[in-house]
Design a binder for this molecule. Structure first.
Ligand code: 5MM
Length: 336
């Protein structure tokens, strides 16, 4: 087992999953303003410190993805955030892309940027305690998208990023997100996701990335959020499994899904079925942002001083996701 493979397994084994707390300031501002909290560095830290000091970080969460602002912040007890996370046995991760920007010659699509100067930034993050990283490519589905161009250049960027991250001794999370926006069918989502993931692996292999030392973070196979032809949770699980089975090389140790705008329960139930029916050798777990934090942030915004109450809500969500990552979740457990 290579060192990178060991780090990847530490993050995702035994039902553990990833807390994606790497919202950029723009996204975090949307999340906080939606619950009437001012988006200041202090408030962003306040909420995140509550999550990172919850008991579920030890019990359920194998890795936490941070944003640049957060990895440089200090807790109320004057500890570094990576120290707080590792004191619970979890691994610190960091988002290293600088965002999805308009793609030249295809302005309705996006290319994720951040390769310039990346090697130096990675060295700095390693010194701060990060042992894994994240880079997200986004793909829209509509009549003309995603184009071959968007599929090609995002895969190329994900591969160049992954090679640099491994060179610096960290595990890259490879996140090609086919967005749920639109009225497309689940069948189209399947075809697009399969093409996007296959292209990513073609490039990762070309760039000599050690596939046993990455974690793939894909979307599940779902109909678009405005489609009238939604598929059942059972179908989501079977189609997601067959898509990944045909497009992901067997060396990859694990797959950690994004929630992509699914509700907390939907994302939990779908992950549970994926694990119940898992006919692959991949570990299937979660790397959720919204589906872990939604209820907690709502409660906290109305009860800013109630740290324990906020943590109870977050702990329950993390526990449910961890049960789902083992195929042991049920509605009864959810409502207990
Ligand atoms: C946590 O949200 C991340 C958002 O990043 P930006 O602020 O740069 O858009 C996002 O990459 C996230 O890690 C994944 O999409 C998973 O989050 P969800 O909410 O889809 O589970």
């Amino acid at each position: 087992m290579s060192e990178l493979n060991q780090i990847a397994l530490k993050i995702i084994s035994d039902g553990k999953g990833i807390l994606a707390a790497d919202e950029s300031n723009g996204t975090m501002t949307k999340r906080l303003e939606a619950v009437n909290v001012a988006s200041t560095p202090e408030n962003r830290l306040l909420f995140r410190e509550i999550l990172f000091s919850s008991t579920s970080i030890r019990e359920c969460i194998g890795g936490v993805i941070l944003y640049d602002e957060t990895i440089n912040q200090t807790t109320s007890l004057k500890n570094s955030i990576p120290d707080l996370i590792s004191s619970s046995g979890a691994v610190t991760g960091i988002k290293v892309d600088t965002g999805a920007k308009e793609l030249a010659n295809s302005p309705e699509e996006k290319i994720t940027e951040g390769l310039d100067g990346l090697r130096l930034r990675l060295k700095k993050y390693y010194q701060l305690g990060a042992r894994f990283t994240k880079w997200r490519g986004v793909y829209y589905i509509n009549r003309t998208s995603p184009s071959k161009l968007a599929i090609h250049c995002n895969a190329h960027a994900l591969a160049r990023y992954s090679a640099l991250v491994q060179e610096c001794g960290m595990v890259p999370i490879v996140e090609p997100e086919v967005l749920m926006d639109g009225d497309h069918s689940a069948e189209t989502c399947f075809e697009v996701t399969s093409e996007v993931i296959k292209k990513c692996f073609e490039e990762l292999i070309l760039h000599k990335v050690d596939l046993s030392g990455i974690i793939l973070k894909p979307n599940m196979i779902l109909a678009g959020n405005s489609s009238k032809n939604k598929i059942s949770n059972e179908e989501v699980s079977s189609q997601t499994l067959s898509c990944l089975k045909e497009s992901v090389p067997s060396e990859v140790p694990g797959i950690a899904f994004l929630s992509g705008g699914q509700s907390e329960i939907e994302a939990t139930e779908n992950l549970n079925l994926i694990n119940k029916n898992n006919n692959t050798n991949f570990i299937m777990t979660y790397s959720y942002g919204r589906a872990l934090q939604q209820s907690a942030i709502k409660f906290w915004s109305k009860n800013i001083k109630d740290v324990q109450g906020t943590q109870n809500i977050f702990n329950h969500r993390a526990k449910m996701c961890t049960m789902a990552a083992q195929g042991k979740w049920s509605k009864e457990l959810e409502n207990k």
